[in-house]
Design a protein around this ligand. Sequence first.
Ligand SMILES: *Cc1c(COP(=O)(O)O)cnc(C)c1O
Length: 345
Amino acid sequence: MVPIDLRSDTVTQPTPAMRQAMAGAEVGDDVYGEDPTVKKLERQVAALLGKERALFVPSGTMANQIALMLHTRRGDEVVIGEGTHCAEYESGAAAALSGVQLAVAGTGGLFDVPELDAKIRPSAYWLPRTSLLVVENTHNRGGGRVFPLDQLRAVTAHARARGLAVHLDGARLWNAAAASGVRLDEFAATADTVSICFSKGLGAPVGSALVGPSDLLEHALRLRRMLGGSMRQCGVLAAAALFAIDHHRARLTDDHEHAQLLARGLCNVRGARVDPRGVETNIVNIELDGPSAERVIARAKELGVLIGSIAPRFLRAVTHLDVSRDAATRAAAALAAAITDCHAT
Ligand SMILES: *Cc1c(COP(=O)(O)O)cnc(C)c1O
């Protein structure tokens, strides 16, 4: 039996229709700026986010790192939320490539104006220069939580008033928009640059975009080249992203419902702590009282469910394109059984 894979929304397989769109894509050499499908994707994403220009890049990590390079100088400090992707999951790139240090505001990924303000340094040449705020929406480690638009507007306005640039890591901004009813461009308007992924909930195999004003993006083109991210006939990849935007965006709310099914199926299981009200999008964090995440992961695998952990006693389940409603229901039962088995022994 094929296991139900809840480790991440990156594990999806391109659908037959998506593969067909990829196979039929009109392509050219994008280093020469001659790939019409890439151009189409970049225009469409820029328009969706209400920005002047978008740049197709191989990964969200590269989009974030280009943004850090654009907005900072070596020795600067960047304010981030706790558990942010660019601090935790990018192999130390912020330090290695941009030479910046990171200051964490608030807890759990979200923060308010006083928490941000406490991390912005006064201006003095012997102190690091605080030059950038990075906000993540939805927040990955924070359990897919949406950074609410009002709060996002307040913190980013404060950051700007104190002279900081703002980068929005919107790898899952599609989910934030689907869950909150806020438009993508309303979220994007709070930031100078935005990164957005096609390979998460949208289900494309590869790719992200960095979006922002033309002058910054012109330099981003050079930085992408430096990082080895300028690609040739990558319209075959852009075609998958275009297909995903057209066909997989509307169904993201299904993933959110399936995450609710999981959360509600687990909230009364002894040994597990889940609050369905805290599940806003497609990520369910499960805190374990007794057994280690490692043991539950092994038992769940025997019962046909693959799941990941974000800490020794925290499981993370993510719903996506390849998890049907029925699969989510079965996965909830299997995970409940796995946790109960591990709790009892
Ligand atoms: C997945 C993700 C990224 C980018 O990841 P890549 O694997 O490099 O595409 C960036 N930010 C967040 C919040 C993510 O979840």
